[in-house]
Design a protein around this ligand. Sequence first.
Ligand code: PMP
Length: 305
Amino acid sequence: MNKEYIFFNDQFVEAENAMISVKTNSLHYGTAIFEGIRAYWNEEKKDLFLLFGKEHYTRLVRNARSMFMNIEYTPEELVDITLELLRKNNIKEDVYIRPLVYFSDLALTPKLIEYKATITIYTYRFGKYLDTSKGIRVQTSSWVRNDDNSIPSRWKVAGGYVNSALAKTEAILSGFDEAVMLNSAGYVSEGSGENIFIVRSGKIITPEYSDHILEGITRNAVKQLADDLQIVFEERKIARSELYAADEAFMTGTAAEVTPVIEIDHRKVGNGEIGNTTKLIQEKYFNAVRGNDNRYSNWLKSTYN
Ligand code: PMP
């Protein structure tokens, strides 16, 4: 068994030594900023490809800055630290990477200033988050998406995920795989951990940034794939009932990848099977992320070469 290392307090330490106090400020107020990154193992090339490392760390640093958290590393340095962590953990399979920035002070005031922000990064072996081959059944949540003027969905901030946890739990307990949340204006925003897309008359349509969504990195990748495939990509408001009128639907996320949605609120999407546009985007995405399509090699960073 390999030892598991975690990047903690500016060093690589053994997992059992990466411990924090119960008095840690961010634990109490949900003020931590995090990311979720994947790296894909390519068996033929015997290499592990970090996907969109720079983009994830750029989002992390930018979000952290909005929370008055000062990280002493640049996104490039954090990518290098992550690659070193993957090598130290000798990872030769698909893996998820979780960076977390938190206020480590043992202090009891919910505020964002005069505290010290620190970053930790660990690796987590996990496969599929949602069923990307069969597709999923989703439910419009009774929980309204966090509003930008309360807890911005644009930030991957721990406290904001109470909203996600409520929606995801309600969906699971009601027998669905995932939730889709409407925003305070009543328009479709996103899933508990995914951006959402519909396909109508061959066009891919997704809520715009001002619809209280996370600025998804996979969402951007889909936009690029759609452009390359000359599929129209539209960012605009989507009403709940338009979900029912869609020919196809899918959700995206680093964890969720490209997951087809085959049923919404007990209504079949299209004919209830995975649509052709969804299939095409999914196939291109999976090839690209595993390093099997040279056109997208700039999405990836090699771990072992
Ligand atoms: N929305 C939410 C609420 C999420 O948690 C995620 C996962 N990070 C996404 C969308 C998808 O974002 P990305 O493609 O950058 O992983």
